[in-house]
Design a binder for this molecule. Structure first.
Ligand SMILES: *Cc1c(COP(=O)(O)O)cnc(C)c1O
Length: 231
């Protein structure tokens, strides 16, 4: 077995163990392989080892790797998306996880509408309060933007995404994930939204905590490929 296949199977075991600790089924948690900065042949290796859900944070890099990639692979955009690249994203990915402005969603809606297709979205929330992080800061900003997005016919808001605080303090990390769970519940009851289920939370350093708190999708790069080459 190659190193990537071995790493993936270890991650799957850790996902199963974390789910079990929380009284959840491992099937409730999807594993996304984050391939930013990794070359196409390693992405292919992850696919061969069984990975089907992939994440990228730059559209140009995503196009290079995923145009003409396997039909049954699902790609999500997880990095900040500039409005002028919305058309390219809409043509390439199944879901944009990093929506934190109505304007970005509006640009995606325009492109999806003319292409006659629809797109899943997650709204990104800044749960840590760190200035360097993307995402909605306040609940009110999130609600206002979601109301505008709900009027856009070709976009389907499916849930929330966050990057937890960058810290070794597990309590602080857990607090970020709990905030996301609480916000999803608030959105569901306020708007009676069906299918607003996704909680994209947890990365290499904190995905087990995220699963214990209710994550439905963990985004893992380093634990699959090893440390990323520095830019
Ligand atoms: C890079 C990245 C990840 C993966 O991070 P690792 O620590 O390598 O697992 C997850 N989510 C987002 C938004 C990222 O940019």
């Amino acid at each position: 077995m190659g190193m990537i296949a071995e790493n993936l199977s270890k991650i799957v075991e850790r996902i199963e163990a974390a789910a079990q600790r929380a009284g959840r089924r491992a099937g409730e948690v999807r594993l996304m392989v984050v391939t930013k900065t990794q070359p196409r042949d390693l992405v292919g290796e992850a696919y061969s080892a069984g990975a089907r859900l992939f994440g990228e944070n730059r559209i140009g890099e995503a196009e290079e790797k995923y145009r003409g990639f396997h039909d049954d692979a699902e790609l999500h955009m997880i990095g900040h998306l500039q409005r002028n690249k919305a058309g390219r994203a809409a043509a390439l990915v199944r879901c944009v996880q990093s929506i934190d402005k109505t304007e970005t969603a509006a640009a995606l809606e325009k492109h999806c509408s003319s292409a006659g297709r629809s797109l899943d979205l997650l709204l990104e929330v800044n749960t840590s309060g760190e200035a360097s992080k993307e995402g909605f800061h306040s609940d009110e900003e999130l609600f206002t933007s979601l109301e505008e997005i709900l009027a856009m016919e070709h976009l389907r808001p499916r849930g929330l995404m966050t990057v937890a605080a960058l810290t070794d303090d597990k309590k602080e990390i857990r607090r970020c994930f709990r905030r996301l769970v609480a916000l999803r519940e608030a959105v569901r009851s306020r708007y009676r939204l069906e299918g607003f289920d996704e909680l994209s939370m947890g990365m290499t350093s904190d995905f087990e905590i995220a699963i214990e708190e209710g994550s439905t999708l963990v985004r893992v790069g380093t634990a699959v490929f090893g440390p990323r080459p520095s830019p």
